[in-house]
Design a protein around this ligand. Structure first.
Ligand code: MG
Ligand code: ZN
Length: 224
C-alpha cells in the first residue's frame, strides 16, 4: 500500500499539537478568537471590516490575515481599527497552526480582547488544519451559489457558525434557499446561522450580538 496516507496523518497530528499550544496561549491572554473561512470573494474581509468598526471602541481587536501575496485585506482591517498582522503564505492555499503561531508571537495577544483570523480563500483544505482558535466561522454568499454545502461537505461539517452574506442580491440571483439549507442541515444541523449583507448592514446586528456574548463569556471565565 502507498505510504501517503500515514504521512498525511502525521502532518495533521503535528498540526493538532501546535493548535493546542496556540489555544493555550490565546486562553492565557484572555482572548476570544475566531477563524473565518470562505471561498474567495464571499466577503470575509468586508465582514471583518464591519465587525472591527462596530467593536473597536469597546474591545481591542487583532486581525491575522493569510493571503497568498498581498496585504490588501490586512490593510483594510487596520484602517478600520484593528491591529493587523499579515501572513504571506507563499502560495500555500490554507493557514496552518505553525503559521498562526508565528503571527501570534508578533501580534501581542496580551493587549487584545478579540482575535480574528482571516484564512486563505479556499473551501477545501483550511477545514483540515486546526489553528487553535475557539470558533470556526464559514462565510457563504448568495452569488457563489446554493450548491456549496453539497460540494464542500468537510468545510460545512466543521463550522460553528455559518454566515450567509450578500442577501441583498437575492432578488437578482437564482439561489434556492431550501436547497442550500437542506445541504447544511444534513452536514451540520446545530450550526449557528446568520443571514446578512455587509453592504446594506441588514442582519449584522445578530452576528454582533453573538460575538458580544462570546466576548462577555470570556470575561466571566477569566475573572473566576
Ligand atoms: Mg479577504
Ligand atoms: Zn491548502
Amino acid at each position: 500500500m502507498p505510504e501517503r496516507i500515514p504521512v498525511v496523518e502525521k502532518i495533521l497530528s503535528a498540526n493538532d499539537r501546535l493548535a493546542d499550544e496556540n489555544r493555550a496561549c490565546i486562553d492565557a491572554a484572555g482572548v476570544f478568537s475566531i477563524n473565518i473561512m470562505a471561498s474567495p470573494g464571499a466577503g470575509k474581509t468586508s465582514l471583518i471590516e464591519q465587525t472591527v468598526r462596530a467593536f473597536s471602541s469597546q474591545y481591542r481587536i487583532g486581525m491575522i490575515n493569510g493571503d497568498i501575496l498581498t496585504s490588501l485585506d490586512a490593510d483594510r482591517a487596520a484602517a478600520a481599527g484593528a491591529v493587523a498582522v499579515q501572513i504571506n503564505t507563499g502560495g500555500n492555499c490554507h493557514l496552518d497552526a505553525v503559521m498562526l503561531q508565528s503571527a501570534l508571537d508578533q501580534i501581542g495577544l496580551e493587549s487584545l480582547d478579540l482575535l480574528i483570523v482571516e484564512n486563505v480563500g479556499n473551501l477545501i483544505c483550511p477545514a483540515e488544519f486546526r489553528l487553535g482558535t475557539h470558533k470556526n466561522v464559514i462565510v457563504a454568499s448568495i452569488p457563489e451559489g446554493d450548491d456549496k454545502p453539497h460540494k464542500y461537505p468537510s468545510m460545512y461539517r466543521g463550522a460553528d457558525v455559518l454566515v450567509l452574506n450578500k442577501i441583498d442580491l437575492l432578488p437578482y440571483v437564482t439561489f434556492r434557499m431550501d436547497f442550500f439549507r437542506q445541504g447544511v442541515a444534513v452536514l451540520n444541523p446545530g450550526v449557528t446561522q446568520f443571514d446578512l449583507s455587509c453592504r446594506t448592514g441588514e442582519g449584522l446586528q445578530a452576528w454582533y450580538d453573538w460575538l458580544a456574548s462570546n466576548l462577555s463569556d470570556r470575561k466571566v471565565i477569566f475573572q473566576t
